[in-house]
Design a protein around this ligand. Structure first.
Ligand SMILES: Nc1ncnc2c1ncn2[C@@H]1O[C@H](COP(=O)(O)OP(=O)(O)O)[C@@H](O)[C@H]1O
Ligand SMILES: [Mg+2]
Length: 391
């Protein structure tokens, strides 16, 4: 997959930007706080309609602006697609998605056009932190590959929020409406029938690839890294009826807690090294290798499932990696369109098929992007907003 052009308007510290990235490696270098990560975030927005670092959409709208827009023109299996996301926090329908200039009626229609994998220093949290980070890893991967997964997850979350709201009211003394609860639990159980099998398959597939990556990076065949799906039910159960039963039985207990204790929103991926829990036993080096292996596995799974490499976003990871890990990463990105941020361009000496851009912040606070070889300025903020043909 190839991004042929990338457009931003009033996104973070960009006034307007239109660039045609290199099909190979695009290096973004510049001082801290200049706008390098913001550009990667814009690509992520086109893929998933959300940021990778905040759940508050309005944060990405440039201070002083009312609307932010990001868009890409991409080529995939020889077909060109135009994807745009517009965000207007002041409006009721805050997010507007356009695919080939037609407004989509749902966010799910955005999924699957742009696929991206992002590497960042926070990836270590995949191993060190709690289950929600690993669920997000899984959800991001599956949402980009399967619209029905994304839709099922949205339906589940909506019904879960409704059940939780009712539990909280009951905790305060309101009578439990069991008929309504039946309906919410039914609405949660049906999407589980989609979510659980897809998670099962995805973890199995990813674990296999990640195990191989771990072995090749560590060079230690006796260290076995595994990922296991920690599902809320055994795989012999009938998913929908088991889930409904579990929620019905736990109603009184859940009222005391004011929340739902059983379900796919509590699942995890267990990470072990030689069958010992990584969070407890692993060294810093082993944690780094495991996190990198999980991300490299994601890249390979995408490639396998779609027949095309996703877009790779590497945010400040090069300086964090030692030579062995860096070499493994650089080998994998051969032939993959990649955006790399770094503070020092020399971190990437030896990379071929590349183009470098210097990112800086102009005195008026706007990000500027200057192509290093041609000296062409992309994001000097001019008063030519009309030139950009966002719909
Ligand atoms: N909504 C916004 N409006 C204007 N500027 C913003 C907004 N959000 C972030 N910024 C600015 O973007 C810069 C951070 O950009 P970032 O891409 O994270 O930097 P880096 O180059 O270090 O990766 C900061 O200067 C911050 O003030
Ligand atoms: Mg950054």
């Amino acid at each position: 997959m190839l991004i042929e052009s990338l457009k931003l308007r009033d996104f973070r510290n960009y006034g307007e930007l239109e660039m045609s990235p290199h099909p190979g490696i695009n290096i973004l270098f510049g001082q801290n706080g200049s706008g390098k990560t913001n550009l990667l975030e814009a690509v992520h927005y086109c893929a998933l309609g959300r940021s990778h670092r905040t759940s508050q959409d309005r944060e990405v709208v440039r201070k002083g602006a009312e609307m932010a827009a990001v868009g890409v023109q991409l080529r995939k299996n020889g077909v060109r697609t135009d994807v745009q996301v517009k965000l207007t926090p002041g409006e009721i329908r805050k997010k507007a998605i356009f695919v080939d200039r037609k407004r989509a009626s749902r966010l799910s229609e955005l999924m699957g056009h742009v696929q991206c994998v992002i590497f960042s220093p926070e990836d270590l949290m995949l191993v060190k932190e709690g289950p929600s980070i690993r669920r997000r890893y899984l959800d991001m991967m599956l949402s980009q590959l399967s619209t029905s997964y994304f839709t099922a997850l949205q339906q589940y979350q909506k019904a879960l929020d409704q059940r939780n709201a009712m539990l909280r009211e009951a905790k305060k003394g309101q009578r439990l409406d069991h008929v309504m609860l039946d309906a919410f639990e039914e609405a949660m159980a049906i999407p589980c029938g989609t979510i659980i099998p897809l998670r099962r398959r995805m973890v199995q597939h990813t674990a296999f690839v990640a195990g191989e990556k771990y072995e090749s990076i560590s060079g230690r065949p006796h260290e076995v890294f595994s990922m296991t799906y920690d599902c809320c039910m055994a795989d012999t159960e009938d998913i929908v009826s088991f889930a409904k039963d579990a929620w019905k039985k736990s109603r009184q207990e859940d009222v005391l807690k004011g929340s739902t204790s059983f379900g796919v929103h509590r699942e995890d991926i267990a990470l072990t090294l030689n069958e010992r829990e990584m969070k407890v036993f692993a060294s810093q080096g082993q944690i780094r290798t495991a996190a990198l292996s999980m991300k490299l596995a994601q890249l390979e799974v995408f490639r396998g499932e779609t027949g095309e490499a996703p877009i790779l976003l590497l945010d400040d990871v090069m300086s964090e990696l030692d030579m062995t890990r860096r070499t493994h990463l650089l080998e994998e990105i051969h032939g993959v369109q990649t955006f790399i941020t770094c503070t020092d361009e020399s971190d990437l000496d030896g990379c071929k098929e590349r183009r470098s851009y210097q990112v800086s912040m102009s005195r008026d606070g706007y990000a500027r992007l200057r192509e290093n070889s041609s000296g062409e300025d992309f994001a000097a903020y001019q008063d030519s907003l009309d030139d950009l043909d966002f719909d």
